[in-house]
Design a protein around this ligand. Sequence first.
Ligand SMILES: *Cc1c(COP(=O)(O)O)cnc(C)c1O
Length: 222
Amino acid sequence: MRVIENLTKIKQQLPSHVLLVAVSKTKPVEDIKALYDAGHRDFGENKVQEMVAKHEQLPDDIQWHMIGHLQTNKVKYIVPFVSMIHSVDSEKLLLEINKRAAKYNRVIDCLIQIHIAEEETKFGMSFQQAQELFESGSYKKLPYVNIRGLMGMATNTDDMEKVRSEFRSLKEFFDRMKQQYFIDKPDFDQLSMGMSHDYRIAVEEGSTIVRIGSLIFGPRNY
Ligand SMILES: *Cc1c(COP(=O)(O)O)cnc(C)c1O
């Protein structure tokens, strides 16, 4: 299978501390199952409905990563099974995740998405908004949410020096937040950055989770 070869090739290049999330959005469950049978467990989706449908058709021990913009009214559909939410971009969303996860007695790993790209279309908090959230400490009162780190997407450009500087600024912010607010929380240790075209740079700049779709599954036809 092509997808297995592709995944194996990427994995061989990644340092062992970097988690590879295979982004399977728009791709059939057969492709996911092939990778599952080859031993892979971490998959990413960006739409709630699609993730729920695939979850129902696939083995229970898959680790599902929500990487797309999440509306509060859809949180309830994924909290029973989701492994990590990379795209938390408001305190309101954190509150909703906490409330819904409580019903299942699950603690959900969350990343705060930071807007580092030039494009305005990309979601996420500004550095300042995220710092205000950490400064307030309000998330500490949410026992069903575990903030594990940050996520960011670089500008979609061929200018790799620009991409590198965006990743670098996110890593610097991550280190600063860790030092200032999470010194007693050693599991604030995840930085999700890097996609098919920029994951090598992201890893060089300190990524611990890469989210790779087209390089594994081929181009998407929307
Ligand atoms: C689609 C998507 C990816 C993967 O993109 P590729 O370029 O196909 O690797 C990664 N992160 C997010 C948030 C995405 O929506």
